[in-house]
Design a protein around this ligand. Structure first.
Ligand code: ADP
Ligand code: MG
Length: 496
């Protein structure tokens, strides 16, 4: 899908109206991402990210699968934007779409979302962290799986070790459990599975890689898989009718580490996921899992699988407190300084950055990269002012508005000419049921409340009622573009 009529066509090589050659800028962005993130990370997520065009400050990027899209949106959007901006200052926003699906794209936009009373396709876009549903086994994913081999696992990042992991109050328990599991010798498994959960950027993947490195050093056979690798691998194995061999090989390992299991979707894959976990645990093999939510809230998974996942040790990593942020930042700065001796950041600036960036470790890392870019490009020392401007957008993007369930109920009620108490009531007439379901859906996607909590806030309903409403509206939005636009508009109104 084109952003609008002004988007550069392919034979212009991404060059658009102004003087900037966005095609070359994009090539430099990719080179920088490769250099900064390392070959493995780059190959996993960015190799197939392409620039489709630039229009009105918005760079339109595309990937072949919805999984990649949602992954990049939830993990790397700010980073890609920051890097692109550094190469071409006209870029104010980026959006990510899926190539060649023909489906209406609902991309996330990062940058300056409130563009006044804009109209046209861009006006409908909104920033959201809600991952798009995962499309399993599209043709291109299938090719990818064939090329990658199904059980090679996802490579471990050499930087993400226990020794580079900074321990603080919010992650001490998770770290202790991870170390014990990694260093465990002898028969059986410890807490099985070990289930870590936390919001984005709080160190789950870092700990999982740490476990992987340490266990491998101790001579154990480890497979680390991201959800997509699990899905591609399994789908591929089914296709080539080697499901048995796949499972046999899985069972032949000592430690299986699965990252971001909330992305595991699709009926047959879920079932296989359940069998695999059961087989491993029953055979006394250690399983470690990370997710962005507790096992009870993995709505896509079967109840039995959820309870199995919650049957070992479940540990949450909570928000990083200031002391921990300062330590992580100092450690990152020291690591960067080792490679760039001229790069010096005063303790005062470091403290400022750690205070300003409260969201997560990923943004702290982003901030260090910004400071470094600034220092190397200008050749000057980092002052408070330069630090402030270098990280300004990280600070702004960080705190999405907190939306209250009550506000959602009020807005939806007024939009549909019913009262808020109608929405909370037992009434089941169509005029009330639909707004109620929309309000439940919006509560799920716009707040961090769990399904049972949302049920309580809607007149004491059961969580299954909420789940039903969420699924129903998701389905309707997919089928009915008018309703889709309507819900989109409600979202924007709540987010503004
Ligand atoms: P998650 O998987 O929870 O989204 P990551 O493990 O990818 O988060 O962490 C994001 C970034 O923050 C990584 O660069 C990671 O190294 C860093 N980070 C997070 N927590 C810590 C920590 N306690 N010590 C050192 N680095 C951390
Ligand atoms: Mg992660």
């Amino acid at each position: 899908m084109r952003v609008d009529g002004t988007v550069a066509s392919d034979d212009e090589g991404g060059r658009s109206g102004g003087n900037t050659d966005f095609g070359s800028a994009w090539a430099r962005v990719k080179r920088r991402l490769r250099a900064e993130l390392g070959e493995d990370v780059f190959a996993s997520w960015f190799a197939r990210l392409e620039l489709e065009g630039v229009a009105a400050g918005t760079a339109r990027l595309t990937v072949p699968t919805r999984f990649l899209k949602s992954w990049i949106e939830s993990h790397y959007l700010d980073r890609v934007l920051g890097t692109f901006k550094a190469e071409a200052e006209e870029i104010a926003r980026i959006e990510v779409g899926v190539r060649g699906t023909g489906a209406p794209a609902r991309p996330a936009v990062v940058g300056a979302p409130k563009a006044g009373p804009a109209s046209g396709p861009l006006a409908r876009l909104h920033a959201t962290n809600t991952p798009a549903p995962v499309a399993v086994a599209t043709a291109s994913e299938q090719r990818n799986a064939d090329a990658g081999g199904d059980l090679s696992g996802t490579p471990l990042d050499a930087r993400l070790t226990f020794s580079s992991f900074v321990i603080g109050r919010s992650n001490a328990l998770a770290h202790a459990a991870a170390e014990r599991v990694a260093r465990h010798q002898g028969e059986g498994a410890l807490y099985n599975p070990l289930y870590l959960h936390a919001g984005v950027g709080l160190g789950k993947t870092h700990l999982l890689h740490g476990i992987g490195h340490a266990a491998r050093e101790a001579g154990r056979r480890v497979i680390y898989l991201t959800a997509d690798r699990f899905m591609y691998g399994f789908v591929n194995a089914l296709k080539t009718q080697s499901a048995l061999a796949y499972k046999e090989r899985l069972r032949g390992i000592d430690l299986l580490i699965l990252d971001d299991v909330q992305f595991i979707q699709g009926k047959s894959i879920q079932a296989e996921f359940g069998h695999t976990i059961n087989a491993l645990i029953d055979a006394g093999r250690q399983v470690v899992v990370a997710s962005d939510r507790p096992p009870t809230e993995l709505e896509a998974l079967d109840e039995r699988v959820r309870s199995r996942l919650g049957g070992g040790l479940v540990v949450e990593i909570t928000a990083l407190d200031e002391a921990l942020r300062v330590s992580i930042l100092s450690a990152r700065l020291a690591a960067v300084r080792a490679a760039h001796p001229g790069f010096d950041v005063s303790p005062q600036v470091a403290t400022y950055v750690a205070r300003a960036i409260t969201a997560n470790g990923r943004d702290l890392e982003g901030a260090v990269n910004r400071l470094l870019a600034h220092a190397t490009l200008t050749g000057t020392a980092v002052t408070m002012e330069t630090a402030e401007s270098a990280i300004r957008d990280l600070v702004k993007n960080r705190e999405p508005k907190r939306i209250k369930i009550e506000d959602i109920q009020k807005l939806v009620a007024s939009r549909y000419n019913v009262s808020r108490s109608d929405i909370l009531s037992e009434r089941r007439t169509a005029a009330v049921v639909k707004p109620r379901q929309i309000a439940m859906y919006l509560s799920k996607v716009l707040t961090l409340r769990s399904l049972p909590e949302i049920g309580r806030r809607f007149g004491g309903r059961d969580h299954t009622t909420v789940l039903h409403a969420v699924r129903k509206i998701e389905k309707l939005i997919g089928e009915d573009t008018i309703l889709g636009d309507e819900v989109e508009l409600l979202k924007r109104m709540l987010q503004d």
